[in-house]
Design a protein around this ligand. Structure first.
Ligand code: FES
Length: 97
């Protein structure tokens, strides 16, 4: 099992099986990562892997449509395209209310 810490949601933690999709875990556990399409198109699920980037899978071509090389170097991913292989913590820019 892996542990995901949702920093922007008061550090809420959730556990999930290895190789879980980050957005799916967020939805199931009310982690709070913003999203719209769930399919790698809208870019809404942009988030930053603050710790454990080495525990995520390879960046997908769809992510490169929304993330610059600087973003990727800084640990940004798109949650709907990211699978988690070990413990991570993740933050994001909250949606305006
Ligand atoms: S939710 Fe639209 S790109 Fe991830």
């Amino acid at each position: 099992m892996i542990t995901i810490t949702f920093i922007t949601n008061d550090g809420k933690q959730a556990t999930a099986p290895d190789n879980s999709n980050l957005l799916r875990v967020s939805l199931r556990e009310k982690g709070g990562i913003p999203f719209k399409c769930g399919g790698g198109l809208c870019g809404t699920c942009k988030c930053r892997i603050e710790t454990g980037i080495e525990n995520t899978d390879a960046v997908k071509p769809k992510e490169r449509n929304h993330l610059t090389p600087d973003d990727l170097a800084a640990g940004f991913r798109m949650a709907c395209q990211t699978f988690v292989l070990g413990d991570i913590s993740v933050s994001w820019v909250p949606k305006a209310r």
